[in-house]
Design a protein around this ligand. Structure first.
Ligand SMILES: NC(=O)CC[C@H](N)C(=O)O
Length: 190
């Protein structure tokens, strides 16, 4: 059985655990470096990326996660988790784990549409659209070579994969649709 860690510093980590467990994985909340030991993969949930970056440092998790991800540990980041995986954030020097060759813009949809839901067509999930929940979400402004775009909302890139890293600007853990988590387990992490 695959053992997947869920970073549990803030955000909807329990919902991620439920989704992963419904897909047949076992999960572990990660708050300490030693809780990263022996994991097959890691999920970084949403939240607030500046706070999460600060907490990752305070809890001494930044370097160990960078090291494991650099050695090939699969990571799935949603929303703020997407921001944490990006090498660049537009107009910001904010520190991230810097694992994916993407540039992101935070809070990118404006106040009028702070949060919204929409049906997205996501590459790899089959023909049926995925109900995507966006909450003060980022989008990907640029992808470099080796990054596969999996979904767009209008002209904005909102889901992408680079090898063992998968990111979504939306929150698949807040819907009953398990296809995104299953895709991570069966296609990205295997
Ligand atoms: N739901 C979320 O994770 C929001 C992300 C948040 N707006 C940020 O910039 O970090």
């Amino acid at each position: 059985m695959m053992q997947i860690g869920v970073l549990a510093l803030q955000g909807a980590f329990r919902e991620h655990q439920w989704s992963l467990e419904k897909c047949g994985a076992s999960t572990r909340q990660v708050r300490k470096p030693e809780e990263l030991e022996g994991l097959d993969a890691l999920v970084i949930p949403g939240g607030e990326s500046t706070t999460m970056g600060k907490l990752l440092k305070d809890f001494n998790l930044m370097e160990p996660i960078k090291k494991l991800a650099g050695e090939g540990m699969p990571v799935f980041g949603t929303c703020a988790g997407l921001i944490m995986l990006a090498k660049q954030i537009r107009n910001s020097q904010q520190e991230t784990l810097a694992m994916m060759d993407i540039e992101v813009e935070r809070n990118a949809y404006g106040r009028q549409v702070d949060s919204f839901e929409t049906d997205l067509s996501v590459e790899g999930l089959g023909a049926e659209p995925f109900r995507a929940v966006f909450i003060r979400a980022p989008y990907i402004t640029r992808v470099n070579d080796g990054v596969e775009v999996l979904a767009r909302y209008g002209d904005k890139i909102v889901c992408a994969r680079q090898g063992r890293f998968l990111v979504a600007a939306f929150h698949p853990e807040l819907t009953d649709d398990l296809r995104m988590h299953r895709y991570f387990i069966e296609n990205v992490a295997k």
